[in-house]
Design a protein around this ligand. Structure first.
Ligand SMILES: Cc1ncc(COP(=O)(O)O)c(C=O)c1O
Length: 451
């Protein structure tokens, strides 16, 4: 007899991932029927016409087809050819062979340099693991931490559903802590303590806290005091920090700045809080989601635990090699004086300034609609506006109706978690600027009629 749904583990069946849930399935169905759909449901920049960086694609092309390093001199800048050559030498056997489980050493060295330059702190290439996107890194960290069904991981609400879904898969407990919407989604010590106390009462052993900075879906950027506060909380309560920092380049408003947990921990000389920090090629100005590149760095983790992390990595042999090359290009871009530098800077600034403009358009546009309020979109790629719904309606019904009527595909707030009694949706700011203006206008008209 063929396998039946009842044969599956409960954890698999119960895991939820709203970003690609029933609303998206319906959007795809409508698209097949010929409707124009604007996909604002997922942070997938190149699916919304963002152009790949020339430098990155040129390096990748040469690594995939090394003959062009010599024969393509008229097509590829000198520094690109030199970079590809060095990467192939560093990889030893090219892109078709497995690498070390942690990833190519030369790339891990470049990541360590990137962290040193970014934060002014030391970084150890042996404590860096290349992964297929940040998702795989977060999953490894959660797998390491969840050892028992009573083990809990603190997760922000609203959160990116990678965390809730993976905790369900690993059969751990999600311990939700609320971010404060009225304070631009800041974290408060009181809310962390409250969540922890409640978890303890329920017999949960809290092992880690996830922090997403800049925030998905909130679009908020944590200030230095907030980062310090979380480190103090983690230290006092003996929990590891999982710092999801994939949007570190996506900061749009004056005064907002990215503070890494690694830097804050070094500044405070904290050596007794374990830290996993994640970065990715999918976001920032690269938007190379399909290349599945990323890494995580560990700090304050004893050698025997690090060995177990390495063992986990080695079970899948290594992360994909093209993603590793993309990660190298992220952390080691062309330098002033390199032939490809000028174009690189021009493309980077073009993408970031368009995102900055759209962050303003979406927040202002949504705030102008009666019944919708949005915080400033300070970072990341999303707005998470609060909506007033007619009695008896849910945010999922709202988003489905929005899709059916306008072709705009967004994700209901319930997919990320929200304070009971409130309703939201998440939209990306990724559609091309004119399209985004149309999206805002369509949401405005729809909202007025829905109420
Ligand atoms: C907060 C956050 N973390 C991790 C990821 C996963 O990214 P990746 O493509 O690197 O797996 C995403 C993707 O949207 C995200 O928003």
């Amino acid at each position: 007899m063929a396998i039946r749904i009842d044969d599956l583990g409960k954890a698999v069946v119960e895991a939820q991932y709203a970003v690609r849930g029933p609303i998206v399935a319906r959007a795809q169905e409508l698209e097949r029927q010929g409707r124009e759909i604007v996909y604002c449901n997922i942070g997938n920049p190149q699916a919304l016409k963002q152009k790949p960086l020339t430098y990155l694609r040129q390096v990748l092309a040469l690594c995939e087809y090394p003959r062009l390093i010599e024969e393509g001199a008229s097509l590829f800048p000198r520094d690109v050819r030199e970079t590809a050559k060095a990467l192939l030498e560093g990889s030893k056997h090219g892109l078709g062979a497995y690498s070390e489980s942690k990833g190519i050493r030369m790339i891990r060295d470049a990541i360590a340099d990137f962290i040193r330059d970014r934060d002014g702190i030391d970084a150890d290439p042996d404590r860096i693991f290349l992964t297929d996107g940040a998702s795989k890194g977060a999953q490894s960290a959660l797998q390491i931490l969840i050892a028992d069904p009573r083990d809990g991981i603190m997760v922000p609400i609203p959160q990116y559903p990678l965390y809730s879904a993976t905790i369900t898969l690993m059969e751990g407990r999600q311990v939700s802590y609320y971010m404060d919407e009225d304070q631009d989604w800041r974290l408060s010590r009181a809310k962390l303590d409250e969540a922890l106390e409640q978890a303890k009462k329920e017999g949960t052993r809290v092992k880690g806290i996830v922090v997403i900075n800049p925030g998905n879906p909130t679009g908020s950027v944590l200030d230095e005091q907030n980062v310090d506060m979380i480190i103090d909380f983690a230290r006092e309560n003996n929990v590891a920090i999982l710092a999801d920092e994939v949007y570190q380049e996506n900061i749009y408003v004056q005064g907002a700045k990215f503070f890494s947990f690694a830097k804050a921990m070094a500044r405070k000389s904290v050596t007794d809080v374990s830290l996993f920090s994640f970065h990715s090629c999918s976001k920032g100005f690269l938007g190379e989601c399909g290349h599945r590149g990323g890494y995580f760095e560990i700090r304050n983790i004893p050698e025997d635990v690090a060995e177990q992390i390495l063992k986990l990595q080695s079970i899948s042999l290594c992360s994909n090699l093209a993603g590793q090359i993309a990660t190298y290009c992220m952390v080691r871009p062309p330098r002033p004086g390199d032939e490809s530098h000028q174009l690189y800077v021009q493309e980077r600034e073009g993408i970031l300034s368009a995102l900055r403009e759209r962050a303003g358009i979406i927040a202002e546009g949504l705030n102008a609609i009666p019944g919708i309020t949005s915080n400033t979109v300070a970072g990341a790629m999303y707005a998470f506006p609060r909506i007033t719904l007619p009695p008896g309606k849910t945010d999922s019904q709202y988003c489905m109706a929005l899709l059916e009527e306008t072709g705009v595909c967004v994700v209901p707030g319930s997919g990320f978690g929200q304070l009971p009694g409130t309703a939201h949706f998440r939209t990306t700011l990724l559609p091309p600027t004119e399209k985004l203006r149309e999206v805002v206008e369509k949401i405005g008209k729809f909202h007025a009629s829905y109420r």
